[in-house]
Design a protein around this ligand. Structure first.
Ligand code: ZN
Length: 150
């Protein structure tokens, strides 16, 4: 397998970990970075895994979903109350889980599907890293996990 990595940096948005017993349950923001690793077995006619010029839809989509959003977990019991108090103050985005780990998985699923479709299956997503800041990050590399489990 050959891989390449594309980084989408500095996308500010807020979230809260409603089940956390510490300060992570308070709405707070980070300047997030998404690092996507693409893989293939056969490179394209340019010798690339994928032409980064054809990946603008990913930045566009990441920005339209996340930029200046408040990201909530779908089971956050206060979501409705918070947003309804001042709907004009929120760009709401709801995901199954809004931890860095949860966002990795969420982004992995739609980008992998999209990239496979656009390249007729030649290119796939190997993994996603999500960085909250320079200190904290998470990564999701599902096929590696499958190999390690065997
Ligand atoms: Zn956080």
């Amino acid at each position: 397998m050959i891989t390449c990595r594309k980084v989408y940096a500095d996308i500010p948005f807020a979230h809260r970990q409603h089940k956390h017993d510490g300060h992570c349950s308070l709405i707070h923001g980070h300047n997030w970075t998404f690092a996507l690793t693409f893989g293939c077995h056969e490179r394209d006619e340019n010798g690339f895994v994928i032409d980064f010029g054809k990946l603008r839809f990913i930045r566009n989509e990441l920005e339209s979903r996340f930029d200046h959003a408040c990201v909530f977990a779908e089971d956050d019991p206060l979501r409705e109350t918070i947003v309804q108090a001042a709907p004009e103050a929120f760009k709401v985005y709801v995901v199954p889980n809004c931890s860095s780990e949860g966002l990795c998985e969420h982004v992995f699923d739609w980008v992998d599907q999209e990239v496979r479709a656009q390249t007729e299956g030649r290119v796939f997503l190997v993994g996603v890293e999500v960085l909250e800041d320079q200190r904290n990050s998470a990564a999701y590399f599902p096929s590696q996990a499958r190999q390690e489990a065997q």
